[in-house]
Design a protein around this ligand. Structure first.
Ligand code: NAP
Length: 200
């Protein structure tokens, strides 16, 4: 039985919180690898200005390239229209043998909204969900049971201390000329500087 992690996110920009989450999920769920999937057009952000998918994809490649069990997929970048998770997981289902268990990894805030996502019931049948929480972000089992009902056992929450780092904060820091070093890999910072990302 193979076990593949699908690390979904906007990654604007990718930071150590994301990398630690992926590594922790790799270890906890005994995954064979974690595939980062930068979302091209997040359905809940269609009215927001986000950095171009090409830049976010490049930063994710640079941040993950030193880890042999991390990969980056352009599946959502290559697909036109909103980046629905159900379409992405269906692509993985098609590309990997039947005996592959899939784990969709992302932030807990996003997972708690999942029942509002496109074809959420189909999605819940296709994979398990790994929801990373920031420190102090407690979710009661009763809340998980209330939201996910019979699927609750397929949703796994875990705390990631490094998720005190956030992409929103990093963008604000760059805009305001405050330091971002040690919040994300140096190579990503160099890319951001060369491409002029996030500065006003
Ligand atoms: P978001 O709403 O920007 O993020 C919610 C929270 O989760 C933020 O605090 C974010 O922190 C954190 N987060 C995001 N991705 C993470 C990851 N992989 N690991 C740990 N924390 C993470 O979420 P998003 O990034 O736009 O979307 C998350 C995933 O859900 C994407 O794959 C997206 O395509 C999917 N999604 C699908 C649908 C749908 O199919 N209809 C709808 C919404 C979202 P940072 O800001 O620091 O990343």
């Amino acid at each position: 039985m193979r076990r593949i992690g699908i690390m979904g996110g906007t990654f604007d920009p990718v930071h150590y919180g994301h990398l630690v989450t992926a590594e922790e999920a790799y270890h906890r769920f005994r995954l064979d690898k974690v595939v980062f999937v930068p979302s091209a057009h997040p359905p809940h952000k269609l009215d927001k200005v986000i950095t171009s998918p090409a830049h976010r994809y490049m930063m994710t490649v640079l941040a993950t390239m030193s880890n042999p069990h991390f990969e980056v997929s352009s599946v959502e970048i290559d697909r036109p229209g909103p980046s629905y998770a159900v379409d992405t997981v269906a692509t993985f289902r098609k590309d990997y043998p039947n005996n592959t268990a899939l784990y969709f990894i992302t932030g807990a805030d996003a997972i708690l909204e999942m029942l509002g996502w496109k074809d959420s019931t189909t999605l819940l049948r296709m994979c398990d969900f790994v929801a990373a929480t920031r420190p102090g972000y407690f979710i009661a089992d009763s809340k998980i049971a209330e939201v996910f009902g019979e699927h609750a056992s397929r949703v796994h929450f875990f705390e990631v201390p490094a998720l005190a780092i956030s992409s929103t904060d990093i963008r604000a820091r760059v805009r305001e000329g405050r330091p971002v070093r040690y919040l994300l890999p140096d190579i990503v910072i160099s890319y951001m500087e060369r491409a002029g990302l996030y500065a006003v």
